[in-house]
Write a protein that binds this ligand. Structure first.
Ligand code: NAP
Length: 343
């Protein structure tokens, strides 16, 4: 079967290769075999391949190779023993799945509790990118909620960085659904314009524009800010820290800027930086996980605008796919397909 592997850590464009890998075996108890339609190439996948500190790795890579990818969408081709028929997981059914191992392959094995049926009216390209980013957003929001002083949750405003990113837009959507005000920071003026046009729900400030610090201070004037949600880090963070209430919390989930952060401002004001990582989701209860996956599929169905597709590549064009993920101004997810002419 077609598969993408890397045999060592390094620059993804240099180390990734398309191979004909041994076929996936039959599904074991509670497992499904899925013919993969689309997988998303996440920035986090690339960090793992590079062995970047933010990846939570380094991951072990054997000489036979490691196949990246933890989520995707496809069609059930085989059903292992012990799966409840009431789940509606029949052969041919389209499902999204997370987590799986070795996702960038023509076939994957998934545990039945890691799959969500894709309703007929939801595009597969959208379902392929909905799970990881929504689950991450929910983890971040739960951490932010826990950090906000109890008894002061009537009017909540949160500063959000990386607000034009895929995860950032989902965080905004879920927060605003729940009545939370957001002050959004993005890097580029172009992204700020796009967000203002599409989602008119509060200030959007571009950090590449001169005077953004003043605009942020104005937007935050008179507002009690106990939590900021950050996917960028670097020089933006101390500016935000300065606006948080004493004892406030920065929930950090990413380092899009790739820069290190000066934390000297945090100490005298008693601020906390709390890391949130998708790996923590594995320890959540089964009920919570099912709720989060259902939320992801609800967004895929009702908010397709949150999941634009930048391009779809076949495994022969994995290097172009990687370059596209890294392109400035990219609007939408880069997908790989293992079906049809593209593959
Ligand atoms: N903790 C976790 O478990 C977890 C899970 C998923 C993702 N993440 C992390 O979350 C972050 C966002 O992921 P994503 O998939 O949502 O990303 P994405 O959609 O690929 O992000 C694209 C956005 O990143 C912004 N950006 C790019 N370079 C930047 C820079 N140097 N400084 C500031 N902004 C920059 C761009 O802003 P402009 O458009 O304004 O230029 C663009 O809108 C990544 O760091 C990712 O690794 C973490």
């Amino acid at each position: 079967m077609l598969s993408i592997i890397h045999r060592k850590l390094g620059a993804p464009a240099n180390v990734l290769e398309r191979v004909d890998a041994p076929a996936t075996g039959e599904p074991g108890p509670g497992q499904l075999r899925i013919r993969v339609a689309y997988v998303t190439v996440h920035p986090g996948d690339l960090q793992i391949i590079e062995g970047a500190p933010a990846s939570g790795g380094p991951y072990a890579v054997s000489p036979e190779g490691r196949t990246p990818g933890f989520e995707g969408v496809g069609f059930i081709t085989s059903i292992g023993p012990g799966i409840d028929a009431a789940l509606g997981l029949h052969i041919g059914k389209a499902v999204a799945y997370f987590p799986v191992a070795s996702g960038w392959s023509e076939y994957v094995l998934a545990s039945s509790d890691a799959v969500v049926p894709v309703p007929d009216h939801v595009q597969l390209e959208i379902a392929a990118q909905a799970l990881i980013n929504t689950v991450t957003a929910e983890l971040i929001i739960r951490a932010g909620h826990a950090a906000w002083p109890a008894g002061q949750r009537d009017a909540v405003t949160v500063i959000q960085t990386g607000a034009a990113s895929a995860v950032g837009k989902i965080i905004t959507a879920l927060l605003t659904e729940r009545g939370v005000q957001v002050i959004r920071l993005v890097r580029s003026a172009a992204s700020a314009r796009r967000l203002r046009e599409n989602v008119d729900i509060g200030p959007v400030i571009a950090t590449e524009e001169v005077g953004w610090e003043k605009s942020l201070a104005q937007a935050a004037a008179g507002v009690q800010l106990h939590v900021a949600v950050d996917g960028v880090g670097g020089p933006v963070l101390p500016v935000i820290a300065d606006l948080l209430a004493p004892g406030g919390t920065i929930i950090n989930y990413g380092s899009l800027g790739g820069a290190t952060t000066d934390i000297r401002l945090l100490v005298p004001r008693g601020l906390t930086i709390q890391g949130v990582h998708i790996g923590q989701w594995m320890a959540q209860s089964g009920t919570q996980k099912t709720t989060d996956l259902d939320t992801a599929m609800r967004l895929a169905a009702n908010r397709p605008d949150l999941f634009p597709v930048a391009a779809v590549y076949g495994p022969n064009h994995i290097k172009q796919a990687i370059e596209h993920v890294r392109q400035d101004g990219r609007d939408g997810a880069v997908l790989l397909t293992f079906q049809g002419e593209n593959s």
